[in-house]
Design a protein around this ligand. Structure first.
Ligand SMILES: Cc1ncc(COP(=O)(O)O)c(C=O)c1O
Length: 394
């Protein structure tokens, strides 16, 4: 089927966090929403059909998780990313955020340290704070417009006896890196050698740009390394169905799997909604054509953004993305940061971006712009920024 990603769909008054809660969450109800990580594209038709089919049955009693979510996920990941997983390793989850919160509780004590690499998806830090653990920040290195990992620092942090877990975003939100096999193997080995369990969040793995290949961390290295990794997948980002709350956790190590299942049971956090599994199965079994059309559209949006910035707002630099629709924009040359930068973009330009320092202080000179929208909407957002930029920075 052919998808029209230029279609403008009015999302207001649909209880959309991005559109209807922008005032409360970003601080300006009149700003154009380009923040939280969902897209403004319609879901693939097979997912819509699966939801409608189930909705048409008039009884919405308690569902249970049927095993077809395992086969669908296993086949998808093998076909798209080349990792052959055993269906036994899979556990259903109502989202990825609950998984890392749950594993923090299961594998660490209050006061223990959890390693993350900032700037990074802010709920990693929230989960650590909320559970009264300490953040051990293996800050990414930013040089010549590109982010890399400081392995010496990681080694020191992993050797700390209080370090129990590392949470990795692969590919990385917000800096857009698709970690290479070498980088992933080194991270995995350092963690496995020091008894630091890895949660590898691969929720953005289907959103690879410009021919970059996603490498599942869980397939690399020796058995000790592979048994030390918990990998998270979901159809929610690529197929824009985050509201359905269906995802899959891959835990090859039976001990860790048991712990995850026990905690889920203890917290009663496995009660999925009636649509979650059928939507996941439809997405992973019938919607490759959507991915094949979406990725070139996103690349076109990135190209548009890059050219626009170069031609009209050269003081804002695009950090070249290798994956995701979340663009990380370096605003250092504007000479404003933190609150002042956020106020400029969100209040003066009326564009609701995610502020960079929300991902850690490392991001104070940056903003994150969600380009998962029709090109016309992206242009509107950029035009709004340009109007104010001209007045203040030209
Ligand atoms: C890296 C990352 N992990 C997890 C999530 C959200 O996970 P979920 O909605 O499945 O809890 C997001 C959403 O933006 C994300 O970017």
């Amino acid at each position: 089927m052919v998808y029209d990603f230029d279609e403008i769909i009015d999302r207001r008054n649909t209880a959309s966090s991005k559109w209807d809660n922008v005032g409360a969450r970003v601080g300006n109800p009149d700003a154009l929403p380009m923040w939280v990580a969902d897209t403004d594209f319609r879901c693939p038709q097979p997912v819509v059909d699966a939801v409608i089919k189930r909705a048409e049955h008039p009884i919405y009693g308690y569902p249970f998780v049927t095993d077809d979510f395992k086969t669908a996920t296993v086949n998808w990941v093998e076909k798209r990313h080349g990792w052959k997983m055993d269906p036994e390793w899979l556990v259903f989850a109502t989202g990825i955020v609950p998984v890392f919160n749950t594993m923090i509780q299961a594998l660490s004590q209050e006061g223990d340290r959890i390693i993350i690499s900032r700037p990074v998806y802010h709920p990693f830090g929230f989960a650590i704070d909320d559970n009264h653990r300490e953040i051990s920040d293996n800050s990414l290195v930013y040089e010549n417009g590109r982010y890399t990992i400081d392995f010496d620092d990681l080694q020191r942090r992993a050797e700390d006896p209080r370090a129990k877990l590392m949470i990795i975003s692969n590919p990385h939100n917000p800096v857009g890196r698709a970690w290479t096999e070498e980088e992933l193997t080194r991270m995995s080995k350092i963690c496995a050698d020091n008894g630091v369990v890895v949660i590898c969040d691969e929720i953005h793995s289907d959103l690879m740009l410009y021919g970059h290949k996603h490498i599942p961390m869980g397939m690399l290295g020796d058995e000790k390394m592979r048994n030390n990794i918990i990998t998270c997948y979901a159809p929610s980002k690529i197929f824009n169905c985050a509201g359905l709350r269906g995802s899959a956790v891959v835990v090859p190590n039976p001990e860790l799997r048991k712990l995850l299942n026990q905690r889920f049971k203890m917290n009663r956090s496995i009660q999925q909604n009636i649509f979650a599994v059928s939507a996941l199965v439809a997405a992973y079994t019938q919607c490759e054509d959507y991915v094949d059309q979406l990725l070139p559209y996103l690349e076109k949006n990135v190209d548009f953004l890059r050219t626009y910035l170069k031609e009209k707002m050269p003081k804002i630099k695009l950090v070249e993305p290798e994956a995701t629709y979340l663009m990380w924009l370096d605003c250092t040359e504007l000479g404003i940061s933190g609150d002042e930068l956020a106020n400029f973009i969100i209040q003066d330009c009326k564009v609701a971006v995610s502020r960079g320092d929300g991902f850690g202080q490392e991001g104070k000179n940056f903003i994150r712009l969600n380009i998962g929208c029709p090109t016309a909407v992206l242009k509107q957002g950029l035009d709004q920024i340009y109007q104010q930029y001209q007045k203040r920075f030209s």
